[in-house]
Ligand binder design. Structure first.
Ligand code: PHE
Length: 451
């Protein structure tokens, strides 16, 4: 994509876009968020509901976002302005996305900062400097979390300001297979340790009595978060999409890739929790509740790397946290790209200025969270669990009843010539018009106690 200063451009071909969109989707949501949610929400029951949310709600919304993006070649606010000329209300859907995205990036920076500091922690541990390792390997609030969160924000600003999308694509291309490889290796290692069976049971054997509204809402929010939906990130990425791209197919690939990596992370982390527990790491309190869910992955995995020990432990540990850092970076880039493309398109600001301005505002919120990480739970509840599905609901309603699915399908004809008459063309509109909005609305109404 020649997304040079101030200008718009395209991805460097088909794989370029898929890589960038997959890079946006795959991130902390898969490896930090998903296993956390599974562990705190009753294991396999969550996995089942999450799977349904990804494919029945997430995928159709992704197709809708990409179509709106490519049809308008605009940022989320501009996209709705263009499709609904003169309307005051419709562009608010885009504004909603900009605000929700900024809030998500604010807490995301803090967790991404931890992954970065854990790369260094693994080195410190290897070289036996326990105090440095303890300092770097902490997920509590304070100056260390603040510094690393800001470093992460700065890295993201630099990339978005330069518009060096070639970098995103290249980083994703190497990162993704390596990440899958290392997850697989670690999973095999963990599954052969004592204690892993209990984790595997929790992850794969559902206890349906655990399904309740809270669980469904969390699963829905997690699916939107992990697939980068509901806030216009994929409208923005779709706006740089060339006309030869088959949108339904690309969205299918991204959904599947994102889901698979989350599934794999669960297969590793749930058993790893119990292996760690059998070695004395406390992960649950007396009532069986998770002790500290935001730090879970960071408590459990280093324990594993230290068990492997020696140079192998170091290499695996460093590689893992490094890959996770890159995965997080390709996601923060897409999060910052939304407000930046808004300022560039709608206010004529240059890309560099817009990146610095937005980065500074978001970085300031990250600082507050870095000093009090207990806020992360609150942000997840408000912005992931409510903000993103509400955004998704509004996007569905807009595409279904204002822009109309026929127009969206027409847009998708480019890249998918024989779409009319296909099964996709008869099924997707039903999801966007009825099934997705209804499911999202039901979950909300139930959560609010209305039904
Ligand atoms: N999908 C990213 C992840 O799983 C986070 C993200 C959410 C990115 C929303 C962009 C938009 O880590």
């Amino acid at each position: 994509m020649a997304m040079t200063t101030g200008g718009r451009g395209n991805w460097s071909g088909r794989t370029g876009f898929i890589l960038a969109a997959a890079g946006s989707a795959v991130g902390l949501g898969n490896i930090w968020g998903f296993p956390n949610q599974v562990a705190s929400n009753g294991g396999a029951a969550f996995l089942i509901v999450y799977t349904l949310c990804c494919f029945l709600v997430g995928y159709p919304v992704m197709v809708a976002e990409l179509s709106v993006g490519r049809a308008t070649a605009k940022n989320p606010v501009g996209a709705f302005r263009k499709l609904a000329p003169g309307s005051f209300i419709m562009p608010l859907i885009g504004f909603w996305g900009v605000i929700v995205g900024m809030a998500i990036l604010a807490f995301y920076n803090v967790i991404a900062g931890w992954t970065l500091s854990y790369v260094l922690e693994e080195f410190a541990q290897f070289f036996g400097s326990d105090t440095t390792a303890a300092l770097l390997g902490a997920t509590d609030g304070g100056i260390k979390s603040a510094i690393f969160a800001l470093v992460f924000m700065l890295g993201t600003i630099t990339i978005v300001a330069g518009g060096v999308s070639g970098g995103i694509e290249r980083a994703t291309k190497t990162m993704m297979p390596l990440l899958i490889g290392i997850l697989l290796l670690m999973t095999v290692y963990v599954l052969t340790r004592d204690g892993s069976g209990e984790g595997l049971r929790q992850y794969l054997l559902p206890d349906f009595s655990k399904i309740n509204t809270g669980l469904i809402l969390s699963a829905l929010g997690q699916a939107f978060f992990s697939l980068s939906l509901g806030m216009g990130a994929l409208i923005t990425y779709g706006s740089y999409l060339d006309r030869k791209m088959n949108i339904p197919q690309a969205a299918g690939f991204v959904t599947l890739a994102d889901f698979s990596i989350a599934f794999l992370a669960g297969l590793l982390i749930l058993p790893a929790m119990y292996v760690a527990q059998s070695r004395g790491v406390q992960i649950v309190d007396d009532s069986g509740a998770l002790i500290q869910s935001t730090g879970l992955v960071f408590n459990v995995l280093p324990e594993l790397f230290h068990q492997i020990g020696g140079i192998t432990g170091l290499v695996v540990g460093v590689m893992f946290f490094f890959l996770l850092t890159i995965a997080a970076l390709t996601s923060t880039i897409s999060l910052l790209e939304v407000p930046v493309s808004y300022l560039v398109d709608e206010h004529g600001m240059n890309r560099k200025k817009a990146s610095i301005l937005m980065g500074a505002i978001i970085g300031a919120i990250s600082l507050i969270i870095a000093f009090d990480p207990s806020l992360i739970g609150l942000f997840v509840t408000i912005f992931n669990n409510f903000g993103l599905p509400v955004g998704g609901l509004m996007i569905c309603l807009f595409v279904a009843y204002y822009w109309k699915t026929e127009k969206a399908l027409k847009e998708m004809e480019d890249g998918y010539e024989d779409i009319s008459g296909s099964a996709f063309a008869s099924i997707w509109p039903i999801f966007v018009k009825f099934i997705c909005p209804l499911l999202i609305a039901l979950v909300f109404l139930n959560t609010l106690g209305v039904i």
